[in-house]
Design a protein around this ligand. Sequence first.
Ligand code: 3NM
Length: 226
Amino acid sequence: MSDPNRIPSSVIRSLLEVYFIMGSVNCRLDPAEVLTEALGGGITLFQFREKGNGALTGSAKFELAKSLMQLCRAHGVPFIVNDDLDLAIALDADGIHVGQDDAPASMIRRRLGSGKIIGVSAHTLQEVQQAIEDGADYLGVGPVYPTSSKEDAQPVNGTRLIEELRLQGIDIPLVGIGGITLSNAAPVIAAGADGISLISAIAQADQISETARRFLKTVEEGLRHR
Ligand code: 3NM
């Protein structure tokens, strides 16, 4: 029987349109300033991913996460935590995003409860099928294009894997991720993604708010013309 507390796919799909991810190491400016501008530009979902060289840990990580979650709440944008289930629970975040090396979505669901969003990174058809079986709410499929934001990124897939999934009738909400910019975002939506997920194209932009706005416009136009 379907769980009445699960967030409907149609809601998840619209949250995925412009899914901004970042942590302090991705920002040239203060992370709160970056996020405030991105929220002002219309990002639809945010993931706190405090990873890489110089990433904060312990109470500094917790305090940053809490302040960024408050900014998201003020804009009505859900706040997703990357990987760290204890942090997601401690903050009562809106969800968690996990990779292939983390606990399966089914196990996470038991700890988080059914009203939270669980996303999984998937790079092959088999990983996609497993994540669906485990009860993921959405998938991050990538890397679509070459990226320098993830050290252990898998080989680039282009938009091929997304197209293949949709051709096979797999309709779980999903975003393309990896190397997405304003000039290459449209084909990701045309391939069948519900949205795009990005770090550097927004975090490192000279005009963050305007850039986020242009991504939203690109995605919405892409969805209308599909
Ligand atoms: N996951 P940027 S690629 C966090 O393929 C992440 O699963 C990926 O950063 C995957 O937008 C990636 O700067 C990095 O390329 C995305």
